[in-house]
Design a protein around this ligand. Structure first.
Ligand code: SF4
Length: 127
C-alpha cells in the first residue's frame, strides 16, 4: 500500500503554510521548487507518521520524534526565533530570518545576520 501523501493532504499543508506565513509576516520561498519540496515532505510525514514532522532533518526514529513538539511544524525554532531551517517561511527575497537567533546557533553560522522585515509579528511571546 502506498502511504504517500494524496493531493488533499498536500493541499491541506499548503493552506496551513499560507496561513502561517501570513500570520507571521513571512513569505513562502519565492522558488516554487523549494516550497513544493518542503510541502511535500511535510505532507508525507503527516500521512506516514500522523504529524507534520519537519522534513529537513534526520531522525534516528521519526515516529519517536513525533512524541515531542520540537520538530513538528511550526517547530520551536520558528516559533521562538522566526527561523525556518527548511527555507519554507522566509523573507520575500528568499533569505531566512536569523536576527532573533542566539549567537552560536547553526542558522547564524550559516547565514550570518539577516534582518526581520516584520519584527512586530511572528514570534510567540514569552518563549
Ligand atoms: S524548519 Fe520548522 S517551520 Fe520550517 S518547515 Fe521545518 S518544522 Fe516547519
Amino acid at each position: 500500500m502506498d502511504n504517500g501523501p494524496d493531493s488533499e493532504e498536500v493541499a491541506r499543508i499548503r493552506r496551513f503554510a499560507e496561513h502561517y506565513a501570513g500570520k507571521t509576516g513571512t513569505a513562502l520561498h519565492p522558488d516554487p521548487e523549494v516550497t513544493e519540496l518542503v510541502l511535500l515532505g511535510l505532507a508525507r510525514n503527516r500521512a506516514e507518521l500522523g504529524r507534520p514532522l519537519c522534513p529537513c532533518r534526520f531522525y534516528p526514529d521519526p515516529r519517536e520524534e513525533t512524541k515531542h513538539r520540537t520538530w513538528l511544524c511550526a517547530c520551536d525554532d520558528m516559533k521562538r526565533f522566526k527561523y525556518c531551517h527548511c527555507l519554507l517561511f522566509v523573507r520575500p527575497d528568499g533569505l531566512p530570518i536569523t536576527e532573533h537567533l542566539p549567537e552560536g546557533h547553526e542558522g547564524r553560522e550559516a547565514w550570518d545576520e539577516v534582518a526581520d522585515p516584520t519584527p512586530e509579528s511572528g514570534r510567540e511571546s514569552g518563549r
